[in-house]
Design a protein around this ligand. Structure first.
Ligand code: OSB
Ligand code: MG
Length: 368
């Protein structure tokens, strides 16, 4: 297929509620959409899950726009592409910038699946018809607000609850949560907020029978995580330390953790996510799909990758309505009793709502 037109949209969408992690609070999502059109008149869509500021990862929305505009889109436009896997080689000279790469690659994957008339999930080798999902809850000033949201989400049927923690908002919070919900599947995410000097606090988390503790230590670190994993029972799950197949291979080799949160954007796209998935499957390392407060388009990509066999733990792909008054896809993503159907229509399997996209577009550029 030939991609003869690409559109880049800068989006500004306000979430229903602010979301707080150890690195800050966000409510306005400034991200990018990529639309790739083929000579057959089909459109593929990808989402660039950056934020306005580089607080979670070094990329940010303007850096991704620049990368896509100046470096990545020129490698793809008007080129014959037989398979989306080819993009990895094309993009390889440019180090990292994975969120930007993933957005364009995702649009091409969607376009490829649509061209073949099959779902993105089956193009990727997915096997699940439904997936299990959990929910990620931000840090709350007031413990009662957190307890109330947990109750709501447990009642809605989400398969596990993840709560964000940071130094000073950890053991006391867990005491309260376990007092009220002694048995729910529970995990915590520190977003890199601790160091090995906090080892006493981290050890104490073993008493709460957590499914895992996500990214306790510095982003990018593997060595200290391996040291920590040796002294705690709770499985460590890596998020901000895994940017590639090689990172994952090394993490497994030295025992930096026992679980991987696989985010398509962070590893540079679906092709790399699938490679990491396959390796983890062989190594008996379960994976689950993380979230980046996506719009419906990124959410649809997450659903497709989660249909692969080794996504054995519930991910963060919650319903559209958890984030948005109105999502930019039709139908929206709905979750029943913690389960979500993998769409069977061509590509991402959701229609994009162009009117809704237009409402939130703050910049647009067309490439031909
Ligand atoms: O660490 O998983 C994370 C959101 C933004 C940046 C990083 C993370 C998160 C979440 C929310 O945990 C997941 C979601 O609901 O999309
Ligand atoms: Mg995380």
């Amino acid at each position: 297929m030939k991609v003869n037109e690409i559109h880049l949209y800068k989006m500004n969408m306000r979430m229903k509620n602010p979301f707080t992690t150890s690195f800050g609070t966000q409510q306005d999502r400034l991200f990018l959409l990529v639309e790739a059109k083929s000579d057959e008149g089909l459109s593929g869509w990808g989402e660039c899950v950056t934020s306005e500021l580089p607080l979670y990862i070094e990329e940010f929305t303007q850096s991704a726009w620049y990368m896509l505009e100046k470096n990545l889109i020129p490698l793809v436009i008007n080129q014959e592409i037989k398979h989306p896997d080819e993009l990895q080689d094309k993009f390889k000279p440019f180090k990292r910038n994975n969120l930007a790469k993933s957005a364009l690659e995702g649009a091409i994957w969607d376009l490829y699946a649509k061209t073949r008339g099959e779902s993105l999930a089956s193009s990727l080798g997915g096997v699940r018809k439904t997936i299990e999902v959990g929910i990620s809850l931000g840090i709350e000033e007031n413990i009662n607000d957190l307890l109330q949201s947990i109750k709501l989400k447990v009642d809605e049927g989400y398969k596990r609850i993840k709560i964000k923690i940071k130094p000073g908002k950890d053991l006391d919070v867990l005491d309260e949560v376990r007092k009220h919900f002694p048995d729910i599947p529970l995990m915590v995410d520190a977003n890199s907020a601790y160091t090995l000097s906090d080892i006493d606090t981290l050890k104490k988390m073993d008493q709460y029978h957590l499914m895992m503790i996500e990214q306790p230590l510095t982003a990018g670190d593997l060595i200290d995580h391996a040291k920590l994993q040796k002294s705690i029972k709770t499985p460590i799950c890596l998020d901000e330390s895994i940017h590639s197949y090689e990172n994952a291979r090394q993490a497994i080799e030295i025992g930096s953790g026992k679980i991987i949160n696989l985010k398509v954007g962070r590893v540079g796209g679906l092709t790399e996510a699938k490679r990491i998935h396959d390796m983890c499957e062989k190594a008996n390392i379960p994976v689950w799909c993380g979230g980046m407060l996506e719009s419906g388009i990124g959410r649809a990509h997450n659903i497709a990758i989660t249909s692969l066999a080794n996504f054995t733990l519930p991910g963060d792909t919650a319903a559209s309505s958890r984030y948005w008054e109105k999502d930019i896809i039709q139908p929206e993503v709905v979750v029943h009793h913690g389960l979500l159907d993998v769409p069977e229509g061509p590509g991402i399997g959701f229609d994009v709502n162009r009117e809704e996209i237009k409402k939130h577009t703050v910049a647009h550029k067309e490439f031909k």
